[in-house]
Design a protein around this ligand. Structure first.
Ligand code: T46
Length: 133
């Protein structure tokens, strides 16, 4: 979890994520956000071959489960807009809306490219084995 640097005072706070910094090790080519999602909904269920992203829950509470395909699985709760979760390539992700209408902001290293997605879990495991070989 990265803590985005910024400033806060009695009027609120500002968080900053600059490209090619310790918070964000890539230049931002795309920004998108998911909203209007009901509590309990699961999204994701895919990995990326190349894409790097920083995930920030700017409102609400979202659980992100990351699986490296080699036995390491961890779940992280994003519920603080001052924090960002870096997700690199070759990581299977599942995203659960713990609170309805939470907003997930994503800073991405590449433009949208459907061919970068691996949307089948067995294909993901095969991709990981191919990478090791
Ligand atoms: C990720 C998680 C956190 C586009 O046309 N352009 C885009 O930039 C994006 C992100 C999506 N789409 C299309 C592709 C699908 O037809 O929007 C539809 C929904 O995308 P998807 O089912 O991949 O949504 P999520 O929430 O499962 O995943 C998204 C990102 O796709 C993914 O990279 O890491 O958010």
């Amino acid at each position: 979890m990265q803590c985005c640097p910024g400033r806060s005072d009695s009027d609120g706070a500002i968080c900053v994520a600059e490209g090619m910094s310790s918070v964000l090790p890539f230049e931002i080519k795309r920004v998108y956000y998911s909203y209007g999602v009901k509590e309990g909904i699961l999204r994701g269920f895919h990995a990326h071959k190349k894409l790097q992203q920083l995930l920030i829950c700017v409102y609400g509470s979202i659980e992100v489960t990351l699986d490296d395909g080699r036995g390491m699985i961890e779940s992280i709760i994003l519920d603080n807009p001052a924090n960002g979760l870096y997700v690199g390539p070759s990581t299977w992700r599942t995203i659960k809306w713990l609170k309805g209408n939470s907003v997930l902001l994503v800073l991405a290293s590449e433009h949208y490219d459907e061919s970068d997605y691996i949307r089948d879990y067995n294909n993901f495991l095969a991709w990981r084995i191919k990478q090791e070989g």
